[in-house]
Unconditional design. Structure first.
Length: 384
């Protein structure tokens, strides 16, 4: 058995895509005789969401003051008996704990960057990240035995940041049900057809231009039986600014803001939707699009989503980030017949079922652990 000290800033929905990504990876690794000893920080949704981690049983510690500082987490991590460490995400205190654990025990660690080295991501809170990079983050990253990327594009982002460590490509994955359970009765009452955005409400998701694009489409009769549903949690005041933008553009009646959604509510939203949209300016590898495909939905997405295979499989319509480009791409989806949209969605479902399973990703991650620990040869998906 391999014992893997694992850290992530949050084990709740506050972690965004990492909530499902880290949880499912750890659960599948447990089936391969890898024990993930997971440490995290407490937030306002921890008590409700931690139950979904099942047998992983995270150790969750309180935050003391600002910036995620937690001496109790540091103490708990340093006392952990493990063979290897795996830190998920950047720019938080858990990485400092991983680095200190590795130095104290003379053991290796791996870092999954989760899209956080994208140039646009680095521009968010740019000064703070420059300072953090100089003080700690670059040393943390450069000291890793291996860095994990989820796509080849992310390997390039890691190299552009100046890092020369080995990098493994272990993609995110998704759970695919045997059949899609369509629930038209769960549709929004304001429309017969639903275009769904489900994810974090963040400026990097480019939602302002999505709302502007939808306001342009509302002037066309083709959207008469459609509604845009925007669901997810966001920064303080940001959701309100999006609602005000929709009202100012006169598109308020054509958009439904759902706010935060629980796991069972998320499933219901996918099952009631007819198409999915993700207009992001930057991503690692978004689970939301993959989940939409798993539910048989066609997608509209930007190249920044790093899911080129979706375009190649005919499961998605490519769009640029501007409001005009989004309006054109969304218009293509909503003007399709139900049969055409269903065909696109089925192609996406087949694609993720074939290429993006947690079993495959966990197996790759286990091979990386064994290679770093000197138990196996270098896997072919590791870039030196």
């Amino acid at each position: 058995m391999i014992k893997a000290l694992t850290t992530v800033q949050s084990v709740s929905r506050r972690a965004g895509g990492m909530y499902d990504g880290v949880r499912r990876l750890c659960q599948e690794l447990s089936e391969l005789d890898v024990e993930s000893q997971l440490f995290s920080l407490c937030d306002d949704h921890t008590a409700e969401d931690i139950i979904r981690w099942g047998e992983i049983r995270p150790t969750v510690l309180p935050v003391a003051g600002k910036y995620g500082y937690s001496p109790k987490l540091m103490k708990a991590v340093l006392s952990c008996d493990a063979d290897i460490a795996h830190g998920h995400g950047l720019w938080n205190y858990t990485g400092m704990a991983v680095k200190r654990w590795a130095a104290r025990n003379d053991k290796p660690y791996i870092v999954s960057v989760h899209g956080m080295l994208h140039k646009r991501a680095l521009e968010c809170s740019r000064v703070k990240k420059l300072l953090a990079g100089m003080v700690f983050e670059k040393g943390y990253l450069s000291g890793a035995a291996c860095l994990r990327a989820v796509t080849e594009a992310e390997v390039s982002m890691i190299r552009d940041y100046g890092l020369r460590n080995p990098v493994c490509v272990v993609p995110n994955a998704v759970d695919v049900l045997e059949t899609r359970d369509r629930k038209p009765e769960a549709r929004d009452q304001k429309g017969e057809r639903v275009l769904l955005y489900l994810g974090r409400l963040h400026r990097g998701k480019n939602l302002e231009n999505l709302i502007k694009a939808w306001s342009l489409l509302l002037k066309d009769d083709s959207t008469a039986h459609w509604i845009l549903v925007i669901a997810g949690w966001g920064e303080d005041g940001y959701a309100d600014s999006l609602k005000k933008l929709a009202d100012r553009l006169g598109s308020g009646d054509g958009i439904s803001f759902r706010g935060e959604v629980r796991a069972e509510e998320k499933t219901a939203l996918y099952e009631s939707a007819d198409a999915f949209v993700l207009p992001s300016l930057f991503e690692g590898q978004p689970l939301s699009v993959m989940e939409a495909w798993a539910h048989g939905l066609p997608a509209v997405m930007t190249e920044a989503c790093n899911l080129e295979g979706g375009f190649e499989e005919g499961a998605a319509v490519k769009t640029g980030p501007t409001k005009d480009e989004l309006a054109k791409a969304i218009g293509k989806i909503i003007n399709m017949s139900d049969e055409e949209r269903e065909s696109m969605g089925n192609k996406g479902r087949d694609y993720v079922a074939r290429e993006m399973t947690w079993k495959n990703s966990a197996h790759k991650m286990m091979l990386v652990y064994k290679w770093v620990l000197g138990q196996e040869d270098k896997p072919e998906f590791v870039d030196l």
